[in-house]
Design a protein around this ligand. Sequence first.
Ligand SMILES: Cc1ncc(COP(=O)(O)O)c(C=O)c1O
Length: 484
Amino acid sequence: MSKETFADRLKTSMNKQGKKQVDLIRIAAGRGIKLGKSHMSQYVSGKTVPRAEILHFLAETLQVDEDWLKGKQNVSGGKEMREFKKSSKLDNVLYDVRGPVVDEAARMEAAGTQVLKLNIGNPAPFGFRTPDEVIYDMRQQLTECEGYSPANGLFATRKAIMQYAQLKKIPNVSIDDIYTGNGVSELINLSMSALLDDGDEILIPAPDYPLWTACATLAGGKAVHYICDEQAQWYPDLDDIKKKITDRTKAIVIINPNNPTGALYPRELLQEIVEIARAHQLILFSDEIYDRLVMDGEEHISIASMAPDLFCVTFNGLSKSHMIAGFRIGWMIFSGNKKVARDYIEGVRMLSNMRLCSNVPAQSVVQTALGGHQSVNDYIVPGGRIYEQREYIYKAITDIPGITCVKPKAAFYMFPKIDTEKFHITDDEQFALDLLRDKKILLVHGGGFNWKKPDHFRVVYLPRIEVLKEAVEKMTDFFSYYHQ
Ligand SMILES: Cc1ncc(COP(=O)(O)O)c(C=O)c1O
């Protein structure tokens, strides 16, 4: 159907991935695949097409469909079939937490290989159980949850969230300022879609939880990344934030406690962020889904509690604190100066109405979950699983020569640094693939969190210590011989 040649498709894919001929030659050499300089330039210039093994390698490395790269057309009954491509709106969207390295892990598992997954913050598979009371209450209420709820959520659910907001000292929150969602994920998407016009800018941390960047980009906005500084406990670099504000900047996102670094922001730092937002009239979006997973006796402070004069949106949910990531329940709270955001709130309301409502059985357990004994507290103190697993993994990982790390204070992630000179690492996704293939351990490379240098990876320390120990032993061995 198209006049496109193999060379055209190859060049387009190389450009999209930002890979040059030398990069492909080097990656092939690293994998023991013979790919010479002259062959590569012949493929790019269209003089020749590669044999099957090289084609497979190129398609995999450039993350494109092998048949497409080959130029094999879909033919049915002698007639060429029309092909359907994904929207170009997705061209700059990255979500590697479930990306190509994960696809490779799935292929390995399908072939019978056991893979240890340290890539996703999903507590249930690691033996973290939902509190019995939550399950009991959902069962009791199930038959009353058959219909749609109001679009922004059940009254009793929002009341419980409103009371939670009061405990967090978030000002000026009425029951109508609360929206439940199918996880915080749905609300991140909705809040970005309602806000951003093409070209509008929003400040997002690097490293980030990549859904923020993905949703801002998908909405047509420009995600402008401000640096979180590893030398300063991974706190946001305030000068970098200031430098990156333009007249198109509408908002600033903070993730506190942070995924992937495990950082927790102190009051003085939050105060400075508030002052920047105040000086430039920015909306504050604060993702606080890990606020009940804070260790070492520290306190989590909601930034919205410090900014009654600004418009703030605070996100939270039960996926992590109540180990019910699969039930899909989260919420967002509007607070502070809502007058300046009347029209935006109207946009959110429209989008919220369009999705009818969030999962109603999951809404029905919010009141139970947020009240009374918080079983998550038992996990985050000495003797508790999350605390002890953090103590173990932090020491074990930083004992590996060439690996350093800031000790996480909250959530269940750490973001270690690799000495890239020691290991000659130039491509962190390749590092993640090599670790997966050699040691059957699945991690997300730093690039998956919009971290631009190839020198970090994220570890999810939800598995039990015995499992973490096995993983670290394998990683120690891997780093004893690995280089790119
Ligand atoms: C920082 C952060 N925000 C939001 C989410 C999404 O959570 P939910 O399960 O509520 O969609 C996650 C999930 O890992 C996260 O780490």
